[in-house]
Design a protein around this ligand. Structure first.
Ligand code: NAD
Ligand code: LMR
Length: 331
């Protein structure tokens, strides 16, 4: 029997990431090859943005995707979030060269109060929210606070792109295929303070730290390459990552929907319960396991080296400071 369609809201749907993301959702890569979808696409109420959104919808139509049941094009959040099962909050300003993601907070933060409220009032009772718009951890915090009727564990922000970046860098250094690298892991904020773990990541089943055996490279070159990869893409392309960001989001949603294989975890920014010394309530990246039924847990008991513990504490400090900056937006 054909499954009932799910409603997926994508904000900023006419932007760069939206353009790379929408065909991947409509072709079944995010929700599965037998799951019909209705795309509810939100853009700003400007003629140029709505015209671009219309063009994107025309292209989706021209793909004749078997799973695409319907499309809603709107500049009204209450229409876009109506009965939504998944809300992908992408729409916001990207940073330019020389900026940090946190510099966007005053401009982008307020977007997530209105959208959080609209999700609270309009979305389906099983709604899940994934935040990509930067600074994504703190924007997720704002949306979560603005949606008091939606359980906090439905909110997440994306570090799956960073996880993939770390996996690729470690594979290249070790001279192996990326599939040999398991449990690549990002802790903390999706920012230049993020912590790419090399102790708990394995290469062919052995700790990456041991396989690579070059602590200097791991704690400097590897660390900084992953932390600053977003800026390097901006410098190279003149625009922020889009194809890899959309790919990260496809992975992120699948990570939360599908049961995580035994012995593995994925990097997901979720509300901290105080694990690993990250202050409660912050949205921080942790090793997360999903149960395949909508539930997830933070993996406990990983032993932190003094180096990792110090770096995680620094990233958590930055998240606390971002929370302080937006305290006026947290209801
Ligand atoms: P973009 O400028 O190409 O597109 C953003 C779109 O959002 C635009 O079409 C704009 O009109 C729309 N928009 C702005 N405010 C909106 C609102 N209130 N409601 C609905 N739509 C709105 O930018 P992009 O390259 O697609 O990036 C989008 C965001 O994603 C940026 O903040 C960027 O920094 C972030 N990003 C995050 C990650 C991550 O790993 N978390 C990766 C890449 C990019
Ligand atoms: C990324 O990591 O590529 C995005 O967060 C975009 C950026 O500003 O770096």
């Amino acid at each position: 029997m054909t499954k009932a369609p799910i409603r997926v809201t994508i904000t900023g749907a006419a932007g760069q990431i939206g353009y790379a993301l929408l065909p991947r959702i409509a072709s079944g890569q995010m929700f599965g090859p037998d799951q019909p979808v209705i795309l509810q696409m939100l853009e700003i109420p400007m003629e140029k943005a709505m015209a671009a959104l219309n063009g994107v919808a025309m292209e989706l139509e021209d793909c004749a995707f078997p799973l695409l049941q319907d499309m809603v094009l709107t500049s009204e959040p209450d229409v876009a979030f109506k009965d939504a099962n998944w809300c992908l909050l992408v729409g916001s300003k990207p940073r330019g060269p020389g900026m940090e993601r946190g510099d966007l907070i005053r401009e982008n933060g307020p977007i997530f109060t209105g959208q959080g409220r609209s999700i609270n009032n309009n979305a389906a009772s099983d709604v899940r929210v994934a935040v990509v718009g930067n600074p994504c951890n703190t924007n997720c915090l704002i949306a979560m606070h603005s949606a008091p009727d939606v359980p906090d564990d439905r909110f997440s922000a994306m570090t799956r792109l960073d996880q993939n970046r770390a996996q690729a860098q470690l594979a290249a250094k070790a001279g192996v295929h990326t599939s040999a690298v398991k449990n690549a892991l990002i802790w903390g904020n999706h920012s230049a303070t993020q912590v790419p773990d090399f102790v708990h990541t394995t290469i062919n089943g052995v700790s990456a730290a041991e396989v690579i055996g070059d602590n200097d490279w791991l704690t400097t070159t590897f660390f900084e390459t992953v932390q600053k990869r977003g800026a390097a893409i901006i410098a190279a392309r003149g625009l922020s990552s889009a194809a890899s960001a959309a790919n990260g989001l496809v992975d992120h949603v699948r990570d939360l929907r599908n049961a995580t294989p035994d012995g593995e975890w994925r990097s997901v920014c979720v509300k901290s319960d105080g694990s690993y010394g990250v202050p409660e309530g912050l949205i921080s990246s942790f090793p997360v396991r999903a149960d395949g039924k909508g539930g997830w847990e933070i993996v406990q008991g990983l032993e932190l080296t003094p180096f990792l513990a110090e770096k995680i504490a620094l990233s958590a400090k930055e998240l606390s400071s971002e929370r302080e900056t937006v305290s006026g937006l947290l209801s």
